[in-house]
Write a protein that binds this ligand. Structure first.
Ligand code: NDP
Length: 306
């Protein structure tokens, strides 16, 4: 974390936090091999050649190997049938060397995302998207939290320590991000408000937040005067916009929060890029370590799970 002159808020360095987390994971993986005699393994399936997905999958594979885990990659053409994808998932469900399975979304239109999510064995569902895991999370049972929400929670815990009693306002209610973040903060004894596109007077609701999470997908929608003085602002949004100021026709990434305005009011804020984003893959690896322990009948290591 560092302080800047023109803004009062602490700028939370998610990149550094994620790098430290990966170092701790590497030590834990090495200790696991020594003590328990197995190596956690993650299988990633990519269907089609979407360039953004390709970048994610490549970087997932690289970071998996860097922490000492086994990485399996399956790159299938976009013409692959749903039946063939489900058959591969089934094979991975049965493979004892695979502890985590991730199918990169989006999948091509002829493939049902729901069918793919439901085909993955819940105890290998490192994305935490299977309805059994969503239900377990909501029920307060041992569960698999989706990666970005887990990363968001880790940064909030790092900032505040105990989150009990804080009012967390989550803007966004997707199954991937908003809903599981709300469940995680509820588990931490926060008072949780979930806002969405039909919410009335969103700025007034956001102004009540001790922890304001923006997971909307609308560039700089959350303005400085939506932020309660001293709040923690966690910006999950990733929006690619034109950057005429660069003069090279290139684009740049911005979050769902107007960063400079919010940073003048908040006590701490995550930037985009470099805030929540880098936490996602690190938490995918945390989840893979957790599933590998559970599949071997061991208690997962608490610092890497909920
Ligand atoms: P979705 O499009 O699935 O969900 C967006 C949510 O925002 C919906 O619940 C929607 O409400 C709500 N919303 C849309 N417009 C408004 C509005 N004007 N006011 C209030 N709420 C609104 O997106 P995701 O949840 O998948 O992703 C959200 C953002 O997070 C995106 O920018 C995405 O790129 C980013 N992301 C980042 C990740 C990371 O690694 N950091 C990982 C995953 C996502 P409603 O339900 O009513 O339609």
């Amino acid at each position: 974390m560092d302080m800047t002159d023109s803004q009062s808020a602490i700028r939370i360095d998610g990149k550094l936090f994620a790098a430290n987390l990966r170092s701790k994971l590497a030590a834990a993986v090495s200790a696991t091999k020594e003590k328990h005699g197995f190596t956690p393994g993650l299988a990633v399936v990519l269907v089609g050649d979407d360039p953004a997905s390709d970048v994610y999958v490549t970087s997932k594979g690289k970071q998996t190997k860097e922490v000492g885990m086994n990485s399996l990659e399956f790159r299938l053409p976009d013409t692959t049938s749903q039946a063939a994808i489900l058959a591969l998932v089934q094979e991975l469900n049965e493979n004892p060397d695979v502890h985590g399975i991730l199918v990169q979304f989006p999948v091509p239109d002829h493939v049902s995302q729901e069918a793919v999510i439901e085909a993955i064995a819940p105890d290998k569902d490192v994305d935490g998207l299977h309805p059994i895991n969503a239900g377990r999370l909501a029920s307060g049972f041992a569960a698999m939290a989706p990666c970005t929400p887990l990363g968001t929670l880790m940064l909030a815990r790092d900032h505040f320590g105990d989150l009990s009693g804080k009012h967390a306002v989550i803007v966004g209610r997707s199954n991937l991000v908003g809903k599981p973040i709300a469940q995680l903060f509820l588990r931490e004894n926060c008072t949780v408000t979930i806002a969405h596109s039909r919410t009335q007077d969103l700025p007034a609701i956001c102004r009540q937040a001790d922890i304001l999470v923006a997971a909307v997908g609308r560039e700089e929608m959350v303005r400085g005067d939506w932020v309660k003085p001293g709040a923690l602002v966690l910006d999950v949004g990733i929006n690619r916009i034109a950057a005429p100021e660069r003069g090279d026709g290139k684009t740049r990434l911005v979050g769902d929060v107007a960063y400079a305005e919010a940073a003048a009011v908040a006590s701490a804020i995550t930037p985009v890029p470099g805030g929540i984003g880098p936490m996602t893959i690190a938490c995918l690896l945390c989840n893979t370590l957790t599933t590998s322990y559970r599949l071997h009948g061991l208690d997962p290591l608490p610092e890497f799970t909920i």
